[in-house]
Structure formats: C-alpha cells, structure tokens
Design a protein around this ligand. Sequence first.
Ligand SMILES: Cc1cc2nc3c(=O)[nH]c(=O)nc-3n(C[C@H](O)[C@H](O)[C@H](O)COP(=O)(O)OP(=O)(O)OC[C@H]3O[C@@H](n4cnc5c(N)ncnc54)[C@H](O)[C@@H]3O)c2cc1C
Length: 303
Amino acid sequence: MINKWIVGILQYLPKNFVWIFSQRYIAGEDMRDAVKVTKKFNAQGIRTTMDLLGEFQTSAEKVEYYKKEYIKLVEESVREGLDNSFSVKPTMFGLLLDAELCYSNIREIVSKAASHGRMVRIDMEDSQCTSMEIEMYKRLLTEFPQNVGLVLQAYLKRTLEDLKDLAIFDKGRRLINIRICKGIYNEPVEVAFKDKEEVNGNFIIDLEFMLRNHMFAAIATHDRKLVRHAYRLIEQYEIKSDRFEFQMLYGVTPDLRKSIMDKGFAMRVYVPYGKDWFNYSIRRLKENPRMISHMIRALFVRG
Ligand SMILES: Cc1cc2nc3c(=O)[nH]c(=O)nc-3n(C[C@H](O)[C@H](O)[C@H](O)COP(=O)(O)OP(=O)(O)OC[C@H]3O[C@@H](n4cnc5c(N)ncnc54)[C@H](O)[C@@H]3O)c2cc1C
C-alpha cells in the first residue's frame, strides 16, 4: 500500500531528487559514460547492449537527432573495440507518427551496425506497438539475417502464438533471436496476464518453445526461480552455449549475475544512458522492492 503510494508520487517529485535513486540504473547522461561502463563489463567477460534513452518521440527533428546519435554510438563502440550490441525502441524513431519513416530510420542503424558485424535488438514497448514491432523485425530479418533481434513479453497472452508464427516465418533457417522478458508496461487484462504466477508460467512455456525450436534465447530476468528453471530446460534439451545467453539490467541483482557467470553461462547487461532517463527510471523504481528503505535513507542523508 505504502509502496503504491510512493510509486504514485515519484513522478511528481523534483527530477534531481528522483536522480538519487535512479543513478544506479543509468550509466550516465553521455555516450562516454555508456562506453566507460561497457569497458568495465567487457573486462569482466560480460557483453552489453547499449541503449540510448528517449522513447515516444513526437517531433521529426528529435527523431532525426536520435537516429544520428545511434549511428555515432555504433561508430564509437567500433572505434573503442567494445563487445556490445544495441537496443532500440521504435517509438524513439516515430513509430506512432509514421511507421514507414520509423522503419527507414531503424534500417539505417541496423545497416550501419551490420556493416561492422554488430547486432541491433528491437525492444518491445506497450501493446499498441506489438504487431508493428514484430512486422518490423521480420522485414529487417529478411535483409539482415544475422544482425537483428526482437523482444517478446511473457505477460502478453499472445506471445506463444507470436513465437509459433516466427517459427513458421523462419522456415528452419535458425535465424530467430528473441529476448524473452516478463514485460514492464501497464497492460489491460484483455491482453495481459496480471497474476505473477501466470506470467512466470508463460515465461517458462515461451522459453521452452524457443529452446525446442532452435531459436536464440536471450533469457532476460532477475527472478531466481525462473533462472533455475532456465538451467533445467537448458540441461533437459542439451542446448548448446551458442543458442542462449542470460541478460540483466544495469544496477539489478549483481550477485545473481555473478552466480550465473560462475556456472560458465554467457551474460549480457543492458546499459541505458542519456539525458532522457526519467521514464525508464520510474519503471525501474516501481519494480524495486526495497525502494521505500532507499527513499527513507536518502531523506535522512539529505536532511
Ligand atoms: C536485459 C533486459 C531487457 C529488457 N527489455 C524489456 C523490453 O524490451 N520490454 C519490456 O517490456 N521489458 C523489458 N525488460 C524488463 C522486464 O520486462 C521486467 O520488467 C524486469 O526485468 C523485471 O522482471 P524480472 O523478470 O526481473 O522479475 P521480477 O519479479 O520483477 O524481479 C525479480 C527480482 O529481481 C529484483 N529486481 C527486479 N527489478 C529490480 C529493480 N528495478 N531494482 C532492484 N531489484 C530488482 C528483485 O529482487 C526482484 O524480487 C527487460 C529486462 C531485462 C533484464
């Protein structure tokens, strides 16, 4: 109850106060911060996926600016010799304004990344975007079979059907690369499971489908039960190490990250950066069970 209340008021608090809690989730405001964080992870044998924050853009100038920034990011990560991929949110490139313009912007970024043997993953946003983002993935996959991936969300009731459809689209070529996560947006009950156990159950069903159908599975969760379940599926189906990796968010459960790596499994950390960090941070703070104690501590430190 108190938690819900705090979450409710968070978005109305001054930005610099929210930053106190947010900084653990964000590499920084500048591209150089993300490069620095990636170098640190790479030195520990961890890959990253770099994400420039700034979703749901409504101006053509901003869309153009973000495209250029991503192109610069690709060039910078190549110049620095980083071991990373890139995550993009289509609404940053105007998905809800002009889907064709959005496609051509993302295509340019994927083309640039592909020319350096790098990969771009399309993040999954709220359910108004799901079908459009899957279609965009299929189109890009046809042109860049090794350089593009997608995210699907286990809370959506449609996800298993989407996976089946992608398996048919793949025609046994083994190109499909999916990050499976629980899903973070507030969706209506008509389209999404609301019960935690149902979401977890669907996560396992979706993951099992991916592993049995030779898709590349990026297993994105900090839920220890799901991680243990993933271990069992990997063992049961004797999945080779080049068909999966674990993924986690920057600033979340570093102890679990280490224990997965100690087992010899590949790990990739999602590294977000940029000046537009507010919405992303609010989403992270809402799912942090220890937020209240962090807030109280911060109030005392400041007071
Ligand atoms: C690499 C990656 C990429 C993602 N991409 C997308 C995407 O494209 N679209 C989308 O909708 N969602 C995305 N998500 C978010 C995802 O959908 C979940 O909201 C998020 O991962 C929390 O779910 P969980 O599986 O960790 O389980 P939860 O049950 O939420 O968390 C399990 C445990 O992890 C810890 N934990 C989780 N979150 C936090 C936090 N913020 N701070 C501190 N501790 C925490 C807690 O101990 C918690 O008990 C992504 C997640 C990851 C890891």
